[in-house]
Write a protein that binds this ligand. Structure first.
Ligand SMILES: Nc1ncnc2c1ncn2[C@@H]1O[C@H](COP(=O)(O)OP(=O)(O)OP(=O)(O)O)[C@@H](O)[C@H]1O
Length: 204
C-alpha cells in the first residue's frame, strides 16, 4: 500500500494548517507525525485517512492498483479519541458490528480480542458504563485488529493507565509487523518505535 500527498494543503477559514506538503508513505513502514499542540497533527492524519477533505493538492492511494479516495477507508483503520463508539452496545456487540464491515485479522475471535484488551470482566456491560480508558481500549482494538494494511493512530494512549500503555506497546510489537503505521502524537512513548518522523511545523 502506498499513500502519496502531492502539494497537499489544508486550511480552516483563512488559516493554513499545512501547505505544499509532499510525502510518500510506503509499504510496511512506521511514521510519526509530531508537533506542538494545535499545530495540525490530527488534521493531517484525518486528511491521510480521507476523513476530511484537503483544500489544495491531492492524496493518492495505491494497492495492487490505484484506489479511489472514496474506497480508501476499506484499506485503513483509524483510532482516535474523538471517534464515537456505540454506547448502547456491549463490547462483544460492537466488535461484531464493526467486524461485519471490516473483518478482523484471521484467527482472532471476538472473545480473543476482548481478552487481549483486558476487557473480559466488562464484556457484557454496555459501553456507556465504561471508563474513558476502557473506551479507548475498545477504539484501539477495532483499529489494531482490523485486517487492513494501514493503521492510523491519533494520540493512541489517551486516557490509558500504565498497564494500558504497556499493552499498547506490546500490541504494536506483535501486530504492527508488515503493516503501515502512522501515529500522530506529542508523547514519545506512543511513537518511539516509528522509523520516520514528520514535523508538521516544516509544512506551514
Ligand atoms: N473543524 C475545524 N474548524 C476550524 N478549525 C479547526 C477545526 N479542526 C481543527 N481546527 C484548528 O486547526 C488547528 C490544528 O488542530 P489539530 O487538532 O489538528 O492540532 P494537533 O496538532 O493535533 O493538536 P493537539 O496536539 O493539541 O492534539 C488548531 O488551531 C485547531 O483549532
Amino acid at each position: 500500500m502506498k499513500i502519496t500527498l502531492i502539494d497537499a494543503g489544508k486550511r480552516f477559514n483563512r488559516d493554513w494548517i499545512f501547505r505544499h506538503l509532499h510525502y510518500e508513505f510506503t509499504g510496511s513502514h512506521t511514521y510519526a507525525i509530531v508537533g506542538p499542540n494545535g499545530s495540525g497533527k490530527s488534521t493531517l492524519l484525518q486528511s491521510i485517512a480521507g476523513a476530511i477533505g484537503i483544500s489544495e493538492g491531492s492524496v493518492q492511494y495505491e494497492g495492487s492498483g490505484a484506489i479511489l479516495p472514496e474506497q480508501a477507508y476499506r484499506h485503513l483503520s483509524l483510532c482516535a479519541p474523538y471517534l464515537e463508539v456505540i454506547e448502547e452496545m456491549t463490547v462483544t456487540e460492537f466488535l461484531a458490528f464493526h467486524g461485519s464491515f471490516k473483518p478482523f485479522l484471521p484467527g482472532l475471535s471476538i472473545p480473543d480480542i476482548i481478552r487481549k484488551m483486558g476487557l473480559e470482566a466488562a464484556a457484557q456491560k454496555q459501553i456507556r458504563y465504561y471508563s474513558s480508558g476502557m473506551k479507548q481500549r475498545v477504539r484501539l482494538a477495532q483499529a489494531l485488529f482490523s485486517n487492513t494494511p494501514v493503521i492510523l493512530l491519533d494520540e493512541p494512549c489517551t486516557n490509558l493507565d500504565v498497564d494500558g500503555i504497556a499493552l499498547y506497546r506490546r500490541l504494536i510489537a506483535e501486530y504492527a509487523t508488515g503493516r503501515m503505521i502512522i501515529v500522530s502524537s506529542n508523547d514519545v512513548q506512543e511513537y518511539d518505535f516509528c522509523e520516520q518522523s514528520i514535523n508538521i511545523l516544516n509544512w506551514k
